[in-house]
Ligand binder design. Structure first.
Ligand SMILES: Nc1nc2c(ncn2[C@@H]2O[C@H](COP(=O)(O)OP(=O)(O)OP(=O)(O)O)[C@@H](O)[C@H]2O)c(=O)[nH]1
Ligand SMILES: [Mg+2]
Length: 363
């Protein structure tokens, strides 16, 4: 046994679930001895004879029949065990190290013990949950220390009594936090409108696959259907709803309409869908309801629009048959959800608070 068994920490460093490879970290005084007891390198030379940085192939556990794995020696006190990606293989490696006296840690704790700041660990946790390249880019900058550096600068300004500059820097961070707090909680865009106007077709076109059933029959969508997509680099939950009408075909459709109305209330943006085939005066069971949430008017089926027909000036004209207006719609949705990108391009390119803890720190 190692002379300091409790000092050895072990953690699963890859996400739980199936993968091609799993990586188990082993660190602490006595790590070299602990790994050496369980690992039989192929070829000559034990682990203590290998240089730091060595990648060593061998077997874990039983010298003849143990699982084939790769050990990376970072130093005598830090190793990575790369094994098969199924949960059982990494669990077996961790359990054998625990049986030898090592202490299992969740990966955020492991990273903290390895010297990362709280913000950096939060950035890694957020990166594991964030979708879309833009959120990832913002979080990578905070992982690199951008937010920590800015908070340290504000602390120095406070200490120097530079009230104006400190207040300006705090204000900048508060504005960036509006987007930062959404990096792991996508925006919700609800598609609402009368029956049969093309809501589900629009959802499918934006999602790029047949998520919702589309049919010529009014009242096709009965439930609230969510699809997580990436629009213009941002993750968005797109929500399809039952079409609104005053005379639902039965209790199921009536319940769907009820759900549609309640989901609209929690939306970041509502796409009010109106078909070009229905005169504007007759359309609008959604548009004539004055909801508090922001809405955008989308005109559908424009391929069927009679020549010279007029659209409300603010409407985005689309057709899922010809693809008309789809790129414009995606861009317009993002402009409404993340106006900072256009109005203040530098805001999201620097320090961005992304947890409630950061916002609290700003006072
Ligand atoms: N020509 C044309 N037809 C469309 C377009 N979008 C939808 N449709 C047709 O309109 C009908 C209704 O489309 P859906 O997408 O199911 O409409 P919906 O608003 O989801 O309908 P409900 O779920 O019943 O409320 C289908 O027959 C679609 O093929 C379009 O851009 N052009
Ligand atoms: Mg539908």
């Amino acid at each position: 046994m190692s002379s300091h068994p409790a000092a050895i920490r072990v953690a699963l460093l890859t996400p739980p679930g199936r993968g091609a490879l799993a990586v188990v970290g082993v660190a602490g005084r006595g790590a070299l001895a602990a790994v050496s007891r369980l690992f039989s390198p192929r070829g000559r030379g034990s682990l203590d004879q290998r240089p730091d940085g060595a990648v060593v192939f061998g077997r874990w556990g039983d010298r003849e029949r143990g699982e084939e794995i790769v050990v990376v020696r970072h130093s005598a006190e830090r190793f990575e065990v790369h094994c098969h990606g199924g949960a059982a293989a990494s669990e077996a490696v961790i359990a054998s190290l625990e049986a030898d006296g090592a202490v299992r840690q969740p990966w955020p704790e492991w990273l903290k013990a390895a010297g990362e700041s709280t913000t950096q660990v939060e950035a890694r946790e957020a990166l594991a949950r964030a979708g879309g390249p833009k959120a990832a880019r913002i979080l990578c900058r905070q992982l690199a220390g951008t937010l920590d550096a800015e908070i340290a600068r504000i602390t120095r300004l406070d200490a120097a009594g530079d009230v104006t500059l400190a207040a300006a820097a705090r204000d900048h961070l508060r504005r960036a936090a509006r987007v930062g707090l959404r990096l792991t909680r996508p925006w919700r865009v609800v598609v609402a409108g009368d029956v049969n106007v093309g809501k589900s077709s629009l959802v499918n076109a934006l999602a790029g696959h047949a998520r919702s059933i589309v049919s010529a029959e009014p009242g096709t969508t009965r439930d609230v259907l969510e699809t997580r997509i990436v629009l213009d680099g941002w993750e968005v939950d797109l929500v399809d709803t039952a079409g609104l009408r005053d005379d639902p075909a039965g209790p199921t459709e009536a319940a769907g309409i009820q759900r549609a109305r309640s989901v609209v209330a929690g939306a970041d943006l509502v796409l009010q869908v109106v078909s070009t085939t229905i005169p504007v005066s007759k359309a609008g069971s959604t548009s004539d309801r004055r909801d508090a949430c922001p809405a955008m008017l989308v005109l559908t089926k424009c391929d069927l629009a009679p020549p010279g027909s007029e659209a409300p000036p603010a409407a985005i004209r689309t057709s899922t048959v010809t693809g008309l207006g789809m790129d414009e719609l995606a861009a317009a949705i993002i402009r409404r959800l993340v106006p900072e990108e256009r109005d203040d391009p530098a805001l999201l390119g620097g320090p961005v608070p992304f947890t409630a803890r950061h916002v609290e720190m700003l006072g």
